[in-house]
Design a protein around this ligand. Structure first.
Ligand code: G3P
Length: 225
């Protein structure tokens, strides 16, 4: 499963990217509103920095305007993916953009039928939001399982990747992989949590301390053979 970072923060993207573990980035207008830089600078910097797909969101619900913005977004780089909200107007734009070779990420997906229509429109990525469903007492991961099982038998998953969005914690990442989603996008905070285990920290501390005692013993031997 690919790991994407869900942020527009350059420093956080750089840190994950430098580790060599980052497969892509997703942004949205809310995330951009939390940064100080001009959106155009942010988008072009991220597209240059990251090798994989970078989702840049359109800000209209008018088909012609979404298509116009889609072409603008592609100027940020060959890896720029046009993010479009899952509406009637949005899916019409996605069909046209994809037909002209521009990859789209259909966002704000909350139901299996929306995902199915996005796949039929030829979307490169579909983004079901699981945390926001959990927030209103629906099981977001059930939606992922339904979408994957619905799209698989018809070969939609060869063209369309299911990207699990609105991830809140590491268990979401594990379950997304188990469900067969191809991508998980997560806030940097959740990415950091993937590394953490208290027993690793305790174990490493002990190993380092014991190695110091080995070194002290060897040094002693050199002084008094
Ligand atoms: O980028 C879309 C999605 O991941 C947003 O997540 O936490 O605002 O529901 P959240």
């Amino acid at each position: 499963m690919k790991i994407f970072l869900d942020t527009a923060n350059i420093a956080q993207i750089k840190e994950a990217n430098d580790m060599g573990l980052l497969d892509g980035v997703t942004t949205n207008p809310t995330l951009v509103s939390q940064e100080k830089e001009d959106p155009e600078i942010l988008y072009s910097t991220i597209c240059k920095m990251v090798k994989g797909s970078v989702s840049v969101e359109t800000t209209s619900n008018n088909t012609e305007e979404i298509i116009r913005q889609g072409h603008e977004i592609r100027k940020y780089g060959r890896n720029a993916t046009v993010k479009v909200a899952c509406t009637r107007e949005g899916l019409k734009a996605v069909k046209m953009l994809e037909d002209s070779g521009i990859p789209c990420n259909v966002t704000l997906v909350f139901s299996p039928t929306q995902a199915f229509l996005a796949a039929k429109a030829g979307a490169t990525i579909i983004s079901p939001f699981i945390g926001r469903l959990d927030d209103i007492s629906y099981n977001g991961m059930d939606l992922i399982r339904t979408i994957v099982s619905m799209l698989k038998p018809y070969d939609y998953l060869k063209k369309t990747q299911v990207l699990v969005a609105s991830i809140r914690h590491p268990v979401h990442v594990v379950e997304a992989a188990q469900a067969g989603a191809q991508i998980s996008t997560m806030p940097p905070k959740v990415f950091d949590m993937l590394f953490k285990h208290p027993l690793t920290d305790i174990g490493l501390e002990r190993f380092l301390k014991d190695w110091e005692s080995v070194k002290a013993r060897m040094a002693q031997k050199v002084i008094s053979p």
